[in-house]
Design a protein around this ligand. Structure first.
Ligand code: F6P
Length: 319
């Protein structure tokens, strides 16, 4: 393989730039030509390609977002849209593609593979919701952003003796809430994978209050309910003064942590190696600090599981 493309798709994640850099530099190291595809699958259909050189990815390893931009395209989900993209790739002589994104992006990559363009996936999403990898690029940075924000909220929660519900992203996954909740010593962690009645949360809050607790922090994954819904329930069923903080897209931005930069660099480079070996339809990942790759269909048919031991421990530590 002599000429490859790289794109970012779906919700952006800190570390995507480090992954792009790794793909470009690793490919050039192996005498391949690399094209950056702008605006994800949308740009693919439009033939929005730009030849990347060593300097094209200079000074980006520390930047959040993605220099290639990202988009969610409805047209690409159609057979027609996919054929358009394949034609553009063939016209440009691009023989293989690295897709950096989440599971929606990998579904798109699978369609391209079926239509004759070998694709390799690099998991890039703050949600950490992809099977076949312990961590996705962006998760660690987002986690640290949440921790920093909650530490600040805690100061004012203490001063005013309030109960705070912090709603975090994650789509249908609870990893961000679980890891952040454990990191900040939250009184309750509500995640979609371990359903809990709101009444149990209230019982725990009341027990804590009786024991003399002055404030409480509840980490809520957006996949469970909205923060305002939970806040209303607590205000209606207790005497506790309650506030809701929805962290929103602040969780998707910022300079990537060292963990994310290293992970992105390793995964991006591994994706290029797979293309060099004429592999296709694989997703790279990390397991116990080893870079691995798995069949993309298997990944898409599996669910990422939360660490249930960690969840149990978080409960034991917040009695
Ligand atoms: O998948 C990343 C993510 O940030 C989710 O956590 C969140 O539910 C979603 O994207 C938000 O999407 P958008 O940026 O389109 O509002």
């Amino acid at each position: 393989m002599k000429r490859i493309g790289v794109l970012t798709s779906g919700g952006d994640a800190p570390g995507m730039n480090a992954a792009i850099r790794a793909v470009v530099r690793k490919a050039i190291y192996h005498d391949m030509e690399v094209f950056g595809v702008k605006n994800g699958f949308y740009g693919l259909m439009e033939g929005n390609f730009e030849r990347m050189h060593l300097g094209s990815v200079g000074d980006i390893i520390h930047r959040g977002g993605t220099i290639l931009f990202s988009a969610r395209s409805e047209e690409f989900k159609t057979d027609e849209g996919q054929k358009k993209a394949v034609e553009q790739l063939k016209k440009a002589g691009i023989e293989g593609l690295v897709v950096i994104g989440g599971d929606g992006s990998f579904k798109g990559a699978q369609k391209l593979t079926e239509k004759g363009i070998p694709c390799i996936g690099v998991p890039g999403t703050i949600d950490n919701d992809i099977a076949g990898t312990d961590f996705t690029v962006g998760f660690d940075t987002s986690l640290n952003t949440i921790i920093e924000a909650v530490d600040k909220v805690r100061d004012t929660a203490t001063s005013h003796e309030r109960t705070y519900i912090i709603e975090v992203m994650g789509r249908n996954a609870g990893d961000l809430a679980l890891w952040a909740g454990m990191s900040v010593g939250a009184e309750s962690i509500l995640i979609p994978e371990q359903k809990e009645e709101f009444s149990e949360v209230v019982d725990r809050l009341n027990r804590g209050h009786k024991r003399g607790k002055k404030h409480s922090i509840i980490l809520l994954a957006e996949g469970v309910a909205s923060g305002f819904e939970v806040g209303k329930y607590i205000e209606e069923t207790t005497d506790l003064e309650t506030r809701v903080t929805v962290l929103g897209h602040i969780q998707r931005g910022g300079s990537p942590t060292g963990q994310d930069r290293v992970l992105a660099s390793r995964l991006g480079a591994a994706a290029v190696e797979l293309l060099l070996d004429n592999k296709s339809s694989r997703m790279v990942g990390i397991r116990k600090n080893h870079i691995i790759d798995n069949d993309m269909d298997d990944i898409l048919n599996q669910k990422h599981h939360i660490n249930s031991e960690m969840f149990q421990l978080s409960k034991e530590l917040s009695i």
